[in-house]
Design a protein. Sequence first.
Length: 115
Amino acid sequence: MTSFPTLKTGAVTQYPFDRAVGFQIQAVRFLDGSSQRFRIRTPLRKWTLNLDLLDEDEMIALVAFFEAQGTAPFAFTDPVSGDTALACVLSANSLTVAMIAEHRAQATVLIEEIA
């Protein structure tokens, strides 16, 4: 299984980044009109990585990973807990890259954990 590329510093992301945790739920409606909801899976995490200080090599590696990966799952190390999520995907159209100066780029990546 492939892993999300790290920066030259060995880190996965730069600060600030966003992290959200959500749950998949199922709702059951009873004949009397009442309903009950319950979680059917473990928590799923989402990360928004804002990479503002990339050099050209890091940007090229990120774009190559995005193009090669497509919708296939990959491993991603959670920057908060250090745990490795083994089933993550890149959100559709989730990569924006811009060159802001010579040898300096910025990118935004959206990563979702799947069940």
